[in-house]
Design a protein around this ligand. Structure first.
Ligand code: ADP
Length: 484
């Protein structure tokens, strides 16, 4: 069982108080270390009744208006608390999620950045006056808090995916009900231990832990919840849209991707290979912005494949807490089976395994380490090209010219992230203008940053996280016309 000063007890947090399964007559959910199978904690399996209590507490907390200065102080206090507890938070992330410890440390710093940026953007909340008199009135534009908001987050970045929502929501003056992924609730419990000391009023930020459907359905149906911000699969995103439709609620959806990583024949192949390594193997390939389709000009594909395999061969796979480990296990057997299915389908349809051992299905449910793999001869119609693989597999396709590269890259219902590698800045600009993706990296494999808005096009969702737009996502725009 986990021992951590940030998790005195593995409980939920509703209306300013810690809540366990016993208080609610509920069962518990076991949290398992995906690398070792160790049971880390039993967390309460709360449901619709506790979600309703959390929503009502959140609504009550809004009765007490908060000034911009006060919200600024909360955000700064949370940012400082995250950074002061970076090592312990990182250890908890690795224990329950499996990623390498150095990545978990990076995740805490990244998460803290969203609180820093939201604090810096708060002056956007000040009312603005349109100059002059229009229709015999003075016009004022105000950004008012959306109200009670539901935040639903996935297991791949248990802290950062929540920070992207929590920081702007608190900054905007909203009250929050959060549901973390059942697989990784411990990081959020640790975060709430820190939130408790940040001066937030009771009910302003609630943490409800439990199975997805009863909590999600309650958030969708309850009239006091005005907005739901969700990061997860496109499948669940569609379900949420259907669930909120009868209630006309706002949604922000950050859904799946199928990122193309395009390497042109004039690219610096070593730089592109380095960028692909950090982009693709972060979190064992379980990120929505990682390259899913590596499209390489046919003239340079052999050299690029060589550059990539040399690097992949150096990756150390293992328990993320062990020194020197680059990549941990996949989150669970379902994830492992999906990656395996994609690789087998590709090979059955003519792709070649340029690097990587045959994956061994573990005899126990945990320890789903998937060998880093490079496939060549991949084509557009294979499963690995059509669906997000969410695993450590580089799937290389070729193209003959720019038009083919763009057509292939855009030939997906998803539009989250894309990457372009070329020496020619005009070509880079032209290509990036044609790509239907919310985030485009040019000669870089970097994903989003707290300072810039990030989000998808097409079936990757809508709404933006980060920067000024991230804050406005949690506001309603109200216009007041006052007769002169
Ligand atoms: P993944 O495939 O990455 O696990 P999911 O979309 O299944 O992504 O999960 C992301 C988050 O959505 C998790 O917190 C999960 O519990 C939650 N979730 C799953 N199903 C529902 C649902 N029906 N309503 C609300 N949230 C849900």
């Amino acid at each position: 069982m986990i021992q951590s000063p940030l998790i005195p007890k593995p409980l939920a947090y509703i209306d300013g108080r810690w809540r366990g399964a016993d208080d609610a007559g509920r069962a518990t959910i076991a949290v398992i270390n995906p690398a070792t199978g160790e049971q880390l904690a039993d967390v309460p399996d709360l449901g619709a009744a506790e979600t309703t209590q959390a929503i009502e507490a959140a609504a009550r907390s809004l009765g007490q208006a908060s000034s911009i200065a006060q919200r600024h102080d909360w955000l700064r206090a949370i940012e400082s608390a995250l950074l002061a507890n970076k090592d312990e938070l990182a250890r908890i992330i690795t224990l329950e999620q499996g990623k390498a410890l150095k990545e978990s440390i990076g995740e805490v710093e990244y998460a803290a950045g969203f609180f820093r940026v939201a604090a810096a953007e708060l002056d956007r909340e000040e009312a603005e006056q349109i100059p002059g008199t229009i229709r015999n009135a003075k016009w004022t534009i105000r950004h008012v808090p959306a109200g009670v908001v539901g935040l639903i987050t996935p297991w791949n970045f248990p802290l950062a995916m929540l920070a992207k929502k929590l920081a702007p929501a608190l900054g905007a003056g909203c009250a929050i009900v959060t549901k973390p992924a059942e697989l990784t609730p411990l990081t959020t419990i640790a975060l709430w231990t820190l939130l408790e000391k940040s001066g937030l009023p009771a009910g302003r930020a609630n943490l409800v832990i439990g199975q997805a459907a009863p909590i999600g359905d309650t958030l969708c149906a309850h009239p006091l919840v005005r907005l739901i911000s969700f990061t997860g699969s496109t499948r669940v995103g569609k379900q949420l849209m259907a669930n909120v439709a009868p209630h006309i609620k706002r949604l922000a959806l950050e859904l799946g991707g199928n990122a193309p990583f395009i390497v042109f024949d004039d690219a610096d192949l070593d730089a592109a290979a380095d960028a692909l390594m950090s982009n693709k193997f972060r979190c064992a390939g379980q990120t929505c912005v990682c390259a899913n389709r590596v499209l390489v000009h046919e003239k340079v594909v052999d050299r690029f494949t060589q550059a990539v395999t040399t690097r992949v061969a150096k990756l150390k796979v293992g328990n993320g807490l062990e020194p020197g480990v680059d990549m941990g296990p996949l989150i669970n057997r379902a994830g492992f089976d999906k990656v395996n299915r994609h690789v087998n389908d590709a090979i059955a349809n003519g792709a070649k395994r340029a690097f990587g051992n045959e994956p061994k299905v573990p005899s126990q449910p945990w320890g789903n380490f998937f060998p880093p793999t490079v496939l060549t001869g991949v084509t557009r119609d294979m499963q690995i090209s059509r669906e997000e693989t969410f695993g450590p597999v580089i799937a290389i396709q070729t193209f003959a010219n720019d038009a083919q590269a763009i057509q292939n890259a855009n030939g997906t219902p998803y539009g989250l992230a894309a990457y372009v590698f070329t020496h020619d800045s005009d070509r880079a600009r032209q290509i990036s203008e044609q790509l239907q993706f919310g985030h485009v990296g040019v000669n870089t494999g970097t994903g989003p940053t707290p300072e810039a808005p990030f989000g998808g096009m097409k079936q990757s969702g809508f709404g933006r996280e980060g920067g000024a737009e991230g804050l406005l996502e949690f506001c309603e725009t109200q216009v007041v016309a006052t007769a002169t």
